[in-house]
Design a protein around this ligand. Structure first.
Ligand SMILES: O=C(O)CCC(=O)C(=O)O
Ligand SMILES: [Fe+2]
Length: 208
């Protein structure tokens, strides 16, 4: 794994969340939207180092037709009620649940973590539509630390990429409304020399 270069703009070791006001919403149509707040977390490099060291990362393999292939990223999953690997993640989940309480109607409870070791790691086009999100609107909130990687979003039924957000160094993105059903998202591979990135995805009960 490449060493994390570190952000020139975030040299503090104090890991702290900022206010959620200042979030900007992009309407993607068909009831889907994306909220974006760059730099929500300061001390993101310190959180990256802590999570890279402390989280029980594991590799997964997946059946692809007649072959078994490695999932191109490391993973870890925290169920509802499980202690998260850093207290600021608990704080983030609480702040997000509070911020979206009226609109979402339920709290964020689970946390999925992905570690993209370099530009060869990625996630292919998909929607998070296992469980209730197959039929219901939901929100998936993602906090990113480490080197930025693009999150791309396009309509599920074809059409060009509507949004491409570089996410790293404490950035927050929230996919909401019908986004998981009507859109798909991906973190494409990168041919540039990129350092590692960790994403933390908060979801509601029964959504994966
Ligand atoms: O790493 C990201 O920002 C996206 C991850 C993702 O889409 C997923 O785990 O479902
Ligand atoms: Fe996803």
């Amino acid at each position: 794994m490449h060493a994390l270069q570190g952000s020139l703009f975030d040299q503090t070791d104090e890991i702290r969340l900022g206010p959620l006001r200042g979030m900007r919403r992009t309407d993607l149509g068909a009831g889907a939207w994306v909220d974006h707040l760059p730099g929500w977390l300061t001390g993101a490099d310190a959180l990256f180092e802590s999570l890279a060291a402390d989280v029980p990362w594991h590799a997964e393999r997946r059946q692809m037709y007649d072959r078994e292939v490695a999932v191109p990223r490391l993973l870890s999953y925290y169920r509802a009620g499980e202690m998260l690997p850093h207290p600021v993640l608990t704080e983030a989940r609480t702040a997000l649940s509070r911020h979206y309480a009226d609109e979402l109607g339920e709290p964020f409870v689970t946390a999925g973590l992905c570690l993209y070791r370099d530009g060869r790691d990625s996630v292919a086009w998909h929607g998070d539509r296992t469980g209730r999100s197959a039929t219901e609107d939901t929100m998936v909130a993602i906090l990113s630390v480490g080197d930025p990687r693009d999150l791309a979003i396009r309509p599920r039924d074809g059409g060009p990429t509507l949004l491409r957000l570089p996410l790293g160094h404490g950035d927050l993105v929230v996919m909401g409304g019908s986004c998981q059903r009507t859109m798909e998202h991906a973190v494409p591979k990168s041919t540039r020399a990129v350092g590692p990135r960790i994403s933390i995805q908060f979801r509601t009960r029964g959504v994966a």
